[in-house]
Design a protein around this ligand. Structure first.
Ligand code: 9J3
Length: 290
């Protein structure tokens, strides 16, 4: 069984504390906390660094159809010196293809994830089908793809736009081992996601007339148990397709969420807790102390 980032974080913190206490009596022991998290990748982040292309050079490889999803492109850090990276599957919305979220898949990879960005079998597939295809893509990524040795199969997440965001929510509900979910302007006729046990950041557009926050994102957010950890990021003045071109705010919050929960990297907590800021019409979260 896979522990969620939060639980695993507590265990790691406890182990680290014991090591720090043991090390405290040793002359010349490394400073406590120097190597606290085996999943940490990359230099210390700043708000501007996480809002932009990350520190990892990336490469890509394409995947044909017939693997349980449409065609795909896998983006991965070229660095093999630091061990494996967390994996993320990304899906587009109704009538869209992998081009819609290419920037987002590349952005995540540049911060240290192996990302499979899919087109769906049909551009008309419903959110449930997109959920199945996202899970199939993760399975393909870790079991079959040429990038499989670069991925840690125990640390996986999902993201997607619109019906791909609905698919993100459904895939997360269906697989409680998922470490993080980031639905972007999610659209789904299912409104109750009380079965989600994964930290989930829902991104919404204040002026989205296709997946309006009141009929979609807010209902999804409210249905997810607080104990799962969740956040609601509403972009001021944004429409349905705000996620489909380079967006520094989605980068800052979304990358931070992935790093915090897929990599257990608490250096990123400062960017999502307490959250909010310029260009954000509403932000809600379940941060410690909130
Ligand atoms: O994936 C999306 O953009 C969902 C939008 C939509 O209009 O669905 C209606 C069938």
């Amino acid at each position: 069984m896979t522990l969620r980032g939060r639980k695993r974080g507590r265990i790691l913190a406890a182990v680290t504390l014991v090591l720090a206490m043991a090390g405290g009596g040793l002359a010349g022991a490394p400073s406590a906390g120097a190597q606290t998290n085996p999943f940490q990748r990359g230099p210390n982040p700043t708000a501007s660094s996480v809002s932009a292309t990350g520190p990892f050079a990336i490469s890509s490889t394409t995947v044909g159809s017939g693997n349980g999803f449409g065609s795909a492109t896998i983006y991965f850090p070229t660095d093999t010196s630091q061990g494996t990276f967390g994996g993320i599957a990304v899906a587009p919305g109704f009538t869209e293809t992998q081009s819609a979220l290419r920037w987002w898949a590349q952005r995540l990879a540049s911060h240290g994830f192996v990302v499979i960005n899919i087109s769906t079998n049909s551009t008309f597939d419903n959110p449930s089908s997109r959920a199945t295809q996202l899970q199939n893509a993760l399975n393909y990524l870790v079991n079959t793809s040429s990038a499989r040795t670069r991925v840690d199969r125990t640390r996986l997440g999902v993201s997607g736009h619109s019906m791909g965001g609905g698919g993100t929510l459904e895939a997360t509900r269906n697989n409680t081992a998922m470490q993080a979910a980031i639905p972007l302007m999610p659209w789904d006729q299912t409104k109750n996601f009380s079965g989600i046990r994964t930290p989930t950041m829902i991104v919404a557009g204040q002026n989205d007339g296709i997946a309006s926050p009141s009929s979609h994102a807010l209902q999804f957010y409210n249905s997810i148990p607080a104990a799962s950890e969740k956040a609601y990021l509403e972009l001021a003045g944004a429409g349905h397709n705000a996620s489909n071109s380079t967006n520094p705010t989605i980068s800052l919050f979304g990358v931070s969420w992935a790093k915090r929960y897929i990599d257990n990297d608490t250096r990123y907590e400062q960017f999502v807790c307490p959250g909010g800021g310029s260009g954000i019409s509403r932000y809600m979260q379940t941060c410690p102390g909130s």
